[in-house]
Write a protein that binds this ligand. Structure first.
Ligand code: BTN
Length: 243
């Protein structure tokens, strides 16, 4: 893997995207930054991370034949790769909060932002952005954030954690490319936060309702049982677990 180390950039996702415009980059090129001045999260949010304490990086993945219908499987493999890496560091009670937040003991330790470059029905390349809280202990105000240090009581070498993550990710991407969709979905669903537990959700109209997560569809919609009715399916902007 070709790794570009940056002291600072606006966002490693944006950095890689811009670099791609002017250079032909190798598959699995990685950009990792000590500091992001405009770290981006899902749905237009910000990703805040204290400089030098955490991992903020992006990976370019090129595809030869990856149809857009399977795009959620990429979210699955990235989530699972992070989960397995954190398991190796003995992080307790790891779960994936749909669609792809990584939680330990209900607190968020890692977030993923994937941006796809699409041509026709194919995803030609994806920029996989990962933020992982490693040595930060003060999340002023963000009450449900955590880090390896908070959970394990000691600091970790950022390069060591990055290498573990990249190795797992490269293995999971191979499984994705060999089309193991059913097996990957099963593993993803097994790791889902609140699976088969009744919980409270907020719909896009702001109303709260009770439901039980049953799994995800092929396209990544969340399947929720509400009362005795048929399973309902939701997109990202249509539902938010309240916990
Ligand atoms: C989220 O949970 O909202 C997604 C967070 C993704 C953050 C990472 S940090 C590296 C990469 N560059 C960015 O600007 N965002 C992603």
């Amino acid at each position: 893997m070709y790794t570009i180390k940056l002291d600072a950039t606006d966002s490693t996702n944006r950095y890689l995207k811009n670099l791609m415009l002017s250079n032909s980059l190798e598959d699995l090129t990685v950009a990792v930054a000590d500091k992001q001045t405009l770290g981006r999260g899902q749905s237009g949010t910000q990703w805040l991370s204290q400089p030098g304490k955490n991992l903020t990086f992006s990976i370019l993945k090129k595809f030869d034949n990856f149809i857009i219908d399977h795009q959620f499987h990429l979210n699955m493999v990235v989530s699972l790769a992070i989960l397995d890496s954190l398991k190796a560091f003995r992080i307790p009670n790891l779960k994936i909060k749909w669609p792809n937040d990584i939680l330990s003991d209900r607190s968020k330790i890692s977030g993923i932002l994937i941006e796809n470059m699409v041509k026709g029905h194919q995803i030609k390349a994806s920029i996989i952005g990962i933020g992982l809280n490693v040595n930060q202990t003060d999340f002023n105000g963000l009450f449900n954030a955590t880090s390896l240090k908070l959970l394990l009581g000691r600091s970790h070498d950022l390069d060591g954690v990055l290498n573990e993550l990249l190795e797992n990710l490269s293995n999971y991407l191979k499984r994705l490319e060999s089309g193991r969709f059913i097996q990957l979905t099963r593993r993803y669903e097994e790791a889902l936060f609140m699976l088969e537990e009744e919980g409270t959700f907020q719909g896009s109209d702001g109303k709260m309702f009770k439901g039980t997560i049953k799994g995800v569809t092929k396209t990544g919609r969340l399947q929720v049982a509400i009362g005795q009715g048929p399973l309902k399916e939701f997109d990202l902007k249509e539902i938010k677990p309240v916990y």
